[in-house]
Design a protein around this ligand. Structure first.
Ligand code: AMP
Length: 215
């Protein structure tokens, strides 16, 4: 099963991709995670892209496509993959289609997770992280003591790309550069639209039903 998850930042692509990866037994590939891990390890790639991620802009298409190509060549992608956050521009989608054609491969479906901008800004700007890995939310999952982790007592922080101004900039990038992909994949008859404003489990069940699988 080869799937693409499309949708604005904060629509729940990462959460759904992780669930689908477990159920369908194919790897979850997130270009955002690849970039963040390189930034953390201070690799050459990380140094090249850290400013771009901070500003809410996009990493150049050629570089992004090369990284995806290298990742998809790994053995674990033999039976399929779930792409989360790629492609994100029309040139990336075109390059990716060519890449698949050369390997006689096809995408089975593109899941478009819809979500309202105002809900996204509220969801993402309320998120708080702890260095121990726990994640909180000011509205839906606040810590017992404001700004302090319930588990380890460390101060909580806001991830750079969750800052309200960055979220607004990422949404603009999505509307300008990524949303045209809905038309691109609709013309190929691949789009499955699901509602990302619903609870996680409901959205997941909707996706599995559309794929003809039992949740
Ligand atoms: P994500 O975790 O998917 O929201 O991605 C975080 C950031 O990584 C984005 O805001 C972009 O700066 C960068 N990024 C992730 N995927 C891509 C892509 N396909 N093309 C360009 N930049 C990307």
């Amino acid at each position: 099963m080869r799937l693409i998850l499309l949708g604005p930042p904060g629509a729940g692509k990462g959460t759904q991709a992780a669930l689908l990866s477990g159920a369908l037994k194919v790897p979850h590939i997130s270009t955002g995670d690849i970039f963040r891990s390189n930034i953390k390890r201070q690799t050459e790639l990380g140094k090249m892209v850290s400013g771009i991620l901070e500003s809410g802009g996009l990493v150049p298409d050629d570089l992004t496509c090369k990284i995806v190509k290298d990742r998809l060549m790994k053995d674990d992608c033999h039976d399929g993959f779930i792409l989360d956050g790629f492609p994100r521009t029309l040139p990336q989608a075109e390059m990716f289609e060519k890449m698949l054609d050369e390997n006689n491969q096809r995408i089975d479906a593109v899941i478009n997770i819809t979500a309202n901008d105002a809900v996204i800004v509220k969801r993402m700007s309320g998120r708080r992280m702890c260095s121990c890995g726990k994640v909180y939310h000011m509205v839906s999952h606040p810590p017992k003591k404001e700004g302090i982790c319930d588990f380890c007592g460390s101060p909580l922080y806001i991830r750079d790309d969750d800052r309200e101004e960055t979220v607004i900039s990422r949404l603009k990038t999505y509307h300008d550069q990524t949303s045209p992909l809905i038309g691109f994949y609709s013309r190929r008859g691949l789009i499955i639209e699901v509602d990302g404003d619903k609870p996680i489990k409901d959205t997941y069940e909707e996706i599995m039903a559309a794929l003809g699988r039992k949740a």
